[in-house]
Design a protein around this ligand. Structure first.
Ligand code: ADP
Ligand code: MG
Length: 703
């Protein structure tokens, strides 16, 4: 990220509009008009070869004729003349280009985009867009866009991939009173992307929370790294999940991958809070931009009505901050400000008799008390109270507490007066919402943020060079053979190099060899077809289990070869694998895909119907730490099965976490070689007795 270049681009002291127009209704006119109307105090240079003045400003036929330095150029000329214009900007020494024009990769003209990027790179210029609405900054009074006006002022900043959404949200900021400092449209993200802006916002003194609307991204790893380093909360709404998922649906494991879950785990790994819809994005953004994180689990709820208190209590459990009763000393103090029929437990019910003073006293006391990690204040409009006065009482109590590192959210349920009072609260830095569950959800965002900060730094990774070299040797042999997949024997060698416990396995070419090997390994045995052309071996009748003697080996050997030939006449058959039969255990599956955005990604789930029917699986972007591997195990719905059900002993979760970790190291290290892989099944045994990889599969990237 070039901080100075982005400073100039997005907070310019002078701006040129290339493609400025004197005709109202044209984008080139609207942008000039918007910059003026927004109250911009820098210099504005409209560039237009045919007229001399636009909206009272002198125009120049070419940017190179402007007798002044230009920080940012907003470009609206057609795509076909873009190269020329970008070249001129380069010669002029402009560093930041805001390219509003569309007609690039979004319509299949990536060539035009690449050409523009190539020229920009030559001059050290950065490009926002193309195909965008523009960039807006309240603190610079800079509306460099064709959006209607600067947003309702505040401390959040939004980056959106959808321009139309920017325009719509821009106006909604006023009705919702969610304040933004900057709104940035990034369109095709040919150059400047989410990661660049996350980094840039980290140093922007006017931004306290970064809000993202994401459709898809090209470099997920860069995003994760930038988000992890950010010292500010980031909220993201991801859409367009299903179409994206199709790309990875090539194989069995891939079809389970569905990018949605990968984004969700990537957000978690990066410490990013995920919003569920637009309303949620707004609510969380507002809250995180105004309030500090909630550092512990003690949530206190004050209300003047039982109903809202119960709703808030339900929400607290739903959103991961279940209520506990307040300690005795807190209850005693609170009782002084309520009638006998009130409740000082938690939620605290001050009853409908609560007026300004009770709200003031109880808010001040509970907010200041060391037990409280976060406070939610609820109010139902009553005939005897004035919402504005209640709002002022709450605000006064918070101010007088002098605390800046503890969060508060508020909900008023009522009519117009309540709405107005909430608007006043929001303008004064206290997030307020029209429903109790939303106020609790907002508080949960602050709790999630604190938790994610601990989570995101939990991984540490080092390549095991020796293991990697062993694996690469195996892969090189298959490549030399012109194959794009490994046999089970080879795949197990790779798994083993990374320390995973695989069943012992050897290749036999003849029946006699099979018998000799079988006797050495010991009964019972499993025999399987070994062919790079048969990847799902059971489907081809290529697996025989529980073979107990020599006669069994001979029979299985013949049947497997016969079945394989019947399944695929021209299959290249290496022979039959003789392997140790692992005892019965709980079946789990590990899988990996190379996600188009996030790269090598590991999947874990229980085997059989759990994975195939219920899709009860979880993902992580690699590398994965031990702690994250443990979390994956606890995260699936079937987790209790591993803990031991119906009298069964708990499974060896420690060794399972270790295997997930080893597997993630393997696919991370070998990401240039492995397209996808799985271990299906892995048999997990009782605590203390480990696990066995019974089957392994590795598909190589085409080279
Ligand atoms: P496929 O290519 O069809 O996935 P597998 O190697 O997974 O073939 O074998 C099919 C099934 O046979 C497995 O799901 C497992 O139940 C059993 N199996 C395979 N290998 C072993 C083994 N070494 N020990 C015990 N059971 C095995
Ligand atoms: Mg299998």
């Amino acid at each position: 990220m070039d901080k100075q270049v982005l400073d100039k681009m997005l907070r310019p002291k002078s701006v040129a509009i290339i493609g400025a127009s004197a005709t109202p209704g044209k984008i080139g006119y609207t942008v000039v008009d918007n910059i003026i109307k927004g109250g911009y105090t820098g210099k504005i240079y409209p560039i237009n070869p045919t007229c001399t003045e636009i909206l009272g400003l002198k125009t120049y036929p070419e940017i190179e004729q402007v007798p002044d330095e230009i920080d940012s150029a907003i470009i609206t000329v057609p795509a076909k003349v873009m190269a020329e214009v970008v070249e001129e900007c380069g010669r002029k020494g402009v560093k930041g280009l805001i390219v509003i024009t569309s007609g690039f990769s979004e319509v299949g003209r990536k060539d035009l985009e690449d050409q523009m990027l190539e020229i920009a790179a030559r001059y050290g210029m950065r490009i926002l867009g193309p195909n965008i609405v523009g960039s807006l900054s309240n603190s610079d009074k800079f509306n460099g866009s064709f959006a209607p006006g600067l947003p309702f002022p505040g401390k959040a900043s939004l980056v959106t991939q959808s321009g139309a959404l920017l325009i719509a949200l821009d106006m909604a900021t006023y009705t919702r009173r969610v304040g933004f400092d900057k709104l940035i449209s990034i369109g095709n993200m040919a150059d400047v992307d989410f990661a660049d802006l996350i980094e840039w916002f980290d140093e922007d003194e006017n931004t306290t929370c970064v809000s993202l609307y994401i459709e898809g991204m090209k470099n997920g790893r860069k995003f994760i790294d930038a988000a992890r380093k950010s010292s500010k909360p980031i909220v993201a709404l991801k859409s367009g999940v299903s179409a994206h998922g199709a790309a990875a649906a090539a194989s069995h494991t891939g079809s389970l991958a569905g990018a949605a879950k990968i984004y969700t785990s990537a957000f978690k790994q990066a410490g990013v809070i995920q919003a569920t819809d637009l309303n949620d994005l707004f609510n969380r953004t507002l809250t995180l931009s105004q309030q500090p994180p909630m550092k512990g689990d003690n949530l206190l709820i004050l209300s003047n009505g039982g109903g809202v208190g119960v709703l808030a209590t339900d929400a607290a459990e739903k959103y991961g901050i279940p209520l506990k009763f307040a300690p005795a000393d807190v209850q005693e103090e609170l009782k002084k400000h309520m009638p006998d029929f009130g409740s000082a437990k938690n939620p605290v019910d001050l009853t409908g008799m609560a007026g300004n003073d009770w709200y003031y006293q109880t808010t001040k006391f509970s907010f200041s008390h060391k037990w409280t990690d976060g406070l939610v204040v609820l109010y139902c409009e009553t005939a005897m109270t004035n919402p504005q006065e209640i709002a002022e009482s709450i605000k006064k109590a918070v101010d007088e507490s002098g605390l800046k590192d503890k969060p508060i959210t508020v909900s008023f349920v009522g009519g117009e007066k309540s709405d107005k009072a909430m608007g006043w609260l929001v303008e004064n830095g206290i997030p307020a919402f029209g429903a109790p569950d939303i106020a609790v959800n907002a508080m949960a965002s602050l709790r999630d943020y604190a938790r994610l900060q601990e989570y995101k730094n939990s991984d540490h990774f080092e390549t095991d060079e020796k293991a990697k070299q062993m694996a690469l040797d195996v892969i090189a042999k298959a490549r030399a053979d012109n194959r794009d997949s490994l046999t089970e024997i080879e795949a197990k060698e790779v798994f083993k190099a990374y320390g995973m416990p695989v069943t012992s396995i050897s290749l036999s070419k003849t029946e006699d060899e099979a018998v000799a090997l079988g006797k050495k390994i010991g009964f019972p045995l499993v025999l399987k077809i070994v062919s790079p052309d048969i990847l799902h071996k059971s489907d081809a009748g290529g697996v025989k289990v529980n073979i107990k003697d020599e006669a069994g080996i001979r029979e299985a050997f013949q049947t497997i070869l016969k079945n394989a030939k019947a399944y695929k006449a021209d299959a290249d058959i290496h022979g039959v694998a003789i392997q140790e039969m692992a005892p019965w255990g709980t079946e789990v599956i590990l899988g990996s895909v190379n996600d188009p955005a996030f790269g090598p990604t590991v999947m874990f789930g229980l085997g059989g119907i759990f994975v195939e029917v219920l899709k009860d699986v979880t993902f992580r972007v690699t590398p994965v730490s031990h702690a994250q591997a443990e979390e994956m195990i606890g995260e699936i719905k079937g987790a209790p099965i591993l803990a031991g059900v119906r009298g069964e002993k708990p499974r060896d979760k420690k060794e399972l976490a270790k295997a997930i970790y080893q597997y993630s190291c393997m696919i991370y290290d070998l990401q240039d070689e492995i397209k996808e892989s799985d271990a299906n099944p892995v048999l997990v045994y009782e605590e203390g007795t480990g696990l066995k990889v019974a089957d392994a599969r590795i598909i190589l990237k085409a080279k």
